[in-house]
Design a protein. Structure first.
Length: 286
């Protein structure tokens, strides 16, 4: 009997009873109390930024296409660069194959992306000497039989006054950029030694080094919603990979220290805003 009463009390604490106009009683579930994540960054400052290309560890020039494994790299980023002739009309870029996802630039302006399914992309008219850059990303990908990078042929076709212009792009400069903390620090130190300063870093792929003071000594969660896709390191410790579908990363207490903490963000897409925030719990829905 006592056990039955205990169970009844527990149930009543979770349920509320409402009475309708005709006298019947209706049981309603109480809504759970929702707590809001609190911002716990006391101070944060962007100290250094390095463009993605500063992380390159090998370069080959005037080369046919090579995959990431052919360049001796297991994961990370590859950048393919080709100098274009003048094409006065819009053209269509087509690749034989692409693994995994690639961002396409004319000089430093992004014009779109290609991937395993989408092998074509429209390009604007270009001037003689402009560069086509294709950046292929495969962060954290290891021990796979699938190639990473681009496969031939890579062509450019355009309609010029009723005549078809067809170019087969064969001469490439290829740069390999490993992921990891060592690569990030090499890039940031190179920038510091060259005293390179960029006033507007929003939207630029590369390495972002913050100094942050947190108002909580326990585990915290970095909110990466303003950034694109990449890796985060706190005081040299890899937290993991962030993206639009996974913007919240846990920082264990043992990674943190009193005062300033070094937060390095490797972003292959580039942030909408260089805003770093942290909460005492994961972002909603994570």
């Amino acid at each position: 009997m006592r056990r039955f009463l205990t169970i009844a009390v527990l149930l009543m604490s979770l349920l509320s009873v409402a009475q309708t106009a005709d006298g019947r009683r209706r049981i309603r579930l109480r809504k759970p109390k929702v707590t809001t994540a609190q911002d716990i960054i006391r101070k944060v400052e962007l100290k250094t930024f390095a463009p993605l290309i500063f992380g390159a560890d090998s370069v080959v020039m005037d080369s046919p296409l090579r995959t990431m494994s052919e360049m001796g790299q297991e994961s990370g980023t590859m950048i393919y660069v080709c100098t274009l002739p003048e094409v006065k009309a819009a053209s269509v870029l087509a690749v034989g194959a692409c693994q995994d996802y690639a961002q396409v630039f004319v000089d430093d302006e992004q014009v779109g992306g290609i991937d395993r399914i989408r092998h074509t992309l429209e390009l604007p008219s270009v001037h003689d000497g402009q560069e086509l850059k294709i950046q292929v990303d495969a962060m954290g990908r290891k021990n796979t039989d699938d190639f990473v990078g681009l496969a031939e042929p890579i062509t450019l076709t355009a309609d010029l006054d009723g005549n078809e212009l067809a170019l087969n792009l064969r001469r490439w400069t290829i740069l390999t950029i490993p992921d990891g903390y060592d690569t990030a620090m090499k890039a940031l130190k190179t920038v510091a030694s060259d005293s390179l300063a960029l006033p507007d870093t929003s939207g630029k792929p590369g390495y972002y080094c913050f100094q942050a003071v947190f108002s909580r000594s326990g585990d915290i969660y970095l909110n990466m919603e303003h950034f694109g896709r990449g890796q985060v390191f706190v005081n040299g410790n890899l937290l993991g990979y962030f993206s639009n579908t996974n913007p919240s990363l846990q920082v264990l207490r043992r990674y943190l220290k009193r005062g300033f903490n070094e937060v390095v963000v490797f972003d292959v897409v580039g942030p909408r805003q260089t805003v770093l925030s942290a909460q005492d719990q994961p972002a909603v829905g994570q």
